[in-house]
Design a protein around this ligand. Structure first.
Ligand code: UD1
Length: 406
């Protein structure tokens, strides 16, 4: 028997969550006798993210197949973007008549596609269900609440997800604790990621040819650096908030270079607020070691460049002294990598990274930013425990459960 499942991707944080599902489906199909169910998947890209470095680079790095269908919805206000995905995806569903739709994460495409499917009575599976920041000003929180309320299969990464869903009255039989799917991608790609040339291109490590000379006294270690990401509307669309964060980080930049692959939203806002003076823009990530210095000390700037692909970013994160972020997924990835994470938010939908991982919340408070960075400098960093089921096999568990039900 053949089953047709639609897998949806829309924005950057979706790609690494769908790649393991595709591998798990392929594995299951090839290991099942042909008399049993074969799962055919249709990969739909809504086009919420469309830049080469926000989308194409991830397809290449994660070895994702080309999307079967591309809806090309692009950017827009929330209602406009969500509405366009809803309209276009409904057309796809009417034509394809799938047995199941799988959505991941909490972006606008996640909610829009779940809603289109449920209205046509097509079962919906939500991967990364149950996360709550309890901050309804975050667009992602609305997307999470609504997607979970209408999904049929809710796959949670950690036990507090199950508790949140139970409190919202979601029946127990819909909820499956399966672990964190991002960790599947991380563990699958980590060795490969560590081979990319990004550390050399950023002037943080001597090039291979240089390091491979017979002179073993040559320094081969990595220069200590901080990695930063920042794109949440609450941080970057608000001038005061952005200014407070930058003030804190410029203090930190006296101790190690801060590397910042800039999200398009943030790049626009920095320009709009006239804050370019705090940043040093590098047109490509080909930075020379001396670019970090001015008059013998570290340059008091945040070093910016284009967004990076999955492998380069993972490599940079794995070697960082500390990571500053307002992303959700990076809080989890640093916990698995055991790298200190200083989160520029006042809430997190991933509290397990605070209790078991390396994460702390500092909001946009410059003093807290500096104090937490100093703790890292003084070696007072917490060692993380990897939460249970964050083991690289989450996608196999999900596909196993869905194959039994759908
Ligand atoms: C979206 C997700 C957010 C996720 C983030 C990761 C929602 C509500 N938000 O936020 O959860 O953490 O993606 O990046 O779904 N732009 C480009 N090129 C692109 C994509 C966007 O230039 O390829 C620009 C556009 O001007 C757009 C802006 O970035 O208006 C914001 O993009 P959008 O998809 O609306 O939201 P993100 O801030 O990326």
């Amino acid at each position: 028997m053949n089953k047709k499942w639609i897998l949806v991707v829309g924005a950057r944080p979706n790609f690494m969550k769908v790649a393991p599902l595709i591998r798990a489906i392929d594995k299951r199909n090839s290991s099942c006798p042909s008399s049993l169910i074969t799962i055919h998947y249709v990969l739909v890209h809504t086009g919420q993210h469309y830049d080469a470095n926000m989308s194409d680079a991830f397809f290449r790095d994660l070895r994702l197949p080309n999307p079967d269908l591309h809806l090309g919805v692009g950017s827009g206000n929330h209602g406009e973007q969500t509405g366009r995905v809803l309209i276009e995806f409904e057309r796809v569903l009417l034509k394809e008549q799938p047995d199941l739709v799988i959505v991941v994460g909490d972006v606008n495409s996640t909610l829009a596609c779940a809603l289109a499917a449920v209205k046509l009575q097509i079962p919906v599976a939500h991967v990364e269900a149950g996360l709550r920041s309890f901050d309804r000003k975050m667009p992602e929180e609305i997307n999470r609440l609504l997607t979970d309320a209408i999904s049929d299969y809710l796959f949670t990464p950690s036990p507090e997800g199950d508790e949140n869903l139970a409190k919202e009255g979601i029946p127990q039989e819909k909820i499956f604790l399966v672990g964190d799917i991002m960790v599947d991608s991380l563990l699958f790609h980590l060795d490969q990621a560590k081979q990319t040339s990004i550390l050399v291109r950023l002037g943080l490590k001597p090039s291979n040819t240089y390091a491979l000379t017979s002179d073993l006294r040559l320094p081969t270690s990595v220069v200590p650096y901080a990695l930063m990401t920042l794109h949440r509307p609450a941080n970057v669309d608000d001038m005061q908030s952005l200014d407070r964060i930058i003030r804190g980080l410029l203090e930190v930049s006296a101790h190690f270079p801060i590397l910042f692959p800039v999200h398009p939203r943030t790049a626009k806002q920095v320009k709009a607020f006239g804050m370019e003076g705090s940043f040093q823009f590098h047109s490509s990530p080909d930075i020379k070691p001396e670019d970090y210095f001015e008059g013998g000390s570290l340059r008091r700037k945040i070093h910016c460049f284009e967004p990076l692909g999955y492998l380069d970013f993972l490599n940079l994160m794995a070697h960082a002294k500390v990571v500053f972020t307002d992303s959700g997924g990076i809080q989890e990835e640093t916990t698995v990598l055991n790298i200190p994470c200083i989160t520029l938010r006042d809430t997190t939908e991933r509290p397990i990274t605070l209790t078991e991982g390396t994460n702390v919340l500092v909001h946009n408070d410059p003093e807290k930013i500096v104090a937490e960075a100093n703790k890292v400098l003084e070696g007072q960093r917490r060692v993380s425990q990897c939460p249970s089921l964050w083991d690289g096999h989450t996608a196999e568990r999900i596909v196993g459960i869905l194959a039994k039900h759908c």
